[in-house]
Design a protein around this ligand. Structure first.
Ligand code: 5GP
Length: 207
């Protein structure tokens, strides 16, 4: 008896500077069909970012309208701005059997676990230490000292919640961390939703 391929979710969380995008870039050819969820946010667009590619940038009024219309799978306030994952493209990608990848914070992970826990694998990605994170943020020099301080503070808070994740990937060496994440992403595909398991058990007994 064949269990049909189904969509699954891979949540990636961790401080900016952890190397999430570099890791995804390294493994994207090896993980089959995937959909990287583009979040909606009210934070101002940064230099080098494009609307519709990095985020959908919207006003607070637009964001609140989306909340009212129940358009989000989850949303949260991070650093004083709204961030949310739109439900529609995620549903579509899941129906197409894709690996749906989210880059969301710890609050978002909790919400996704509550709604899609049976098909979700979660990974916390971090640099090896707070001082290394600081070094990376300073050397990439895209942020002001104030922003860097905010990110470090948030990283210290988020790190306390690693136990809410299935896996921890310490990104000390990019190649090694990519190998680990590749294996996690491939294994994430094997998760089977509860309803499919129930059907399998019923049919297995009937055959
Ligand atoms: P940044 O503004 O640096 O791009 O992202 C700030 C934080 O917001 C990151 O921790 C990122 O993972 C988180 N984030 C981005 N999009 C979403 C989202 O749709 N939902 C939630 N809960 N967090 C998000």
């Amino acid at each position: 008896m064949l269990i049909e391929k189904n969509g699954v979710v891979l949540v990636l969380s961790g401080p900016s500077g952890a190397g999430k995008s570099s890791l995804i870039n390294k493994i994207k050819e090896d993980i089959g069909e995937y959909y990287f969820s583009i979040s909606t946010t009210t934070r101002p667009i940064r230099e080098g970012e494009s609307d519709g590619i990095h985020y959908h940038f919207v006003s607070e009024a637009e964001f609140k309208k989306d909340i009212e219309d129940d358009n989000f799978l989850e949303y949260a306030i991070v650093h004083g701005n709204y961030y949310g994952t739109s439900l529609k493209p995620v549903k579509k990608a899941l129906l197409e059997g894709k690996l749906v990848i989210f880059d969301i914070d710890v609050q978002g992970n909790m919400a996704v676990q509550n709604r899609l826990g049976d098909i979700t694998t979660s990974v916390f990605i971090t640099p090896p230490s707070l001082s290394e994170l600081q070094r990376r943020l300073v050397s990439r020099s895209t942020d002001s000292q104030e922003v860097i301080d905010g990110r470090l503070k948030m990283a210290k808070r988020e790190i306390q919640r690693i136990s809410e994740y299935d896996y921890l990937v310490v990104n000390d060496n990019l190649d090694i961390a990519a190998d680990v994440l590749r294996q996690i992403a491939i294994t994430a595909r094997l998760k089977i939703p509860h309803d499919k398991i129930n059907t399998f058990v019923q049919e297995w007994e009937d055959i």
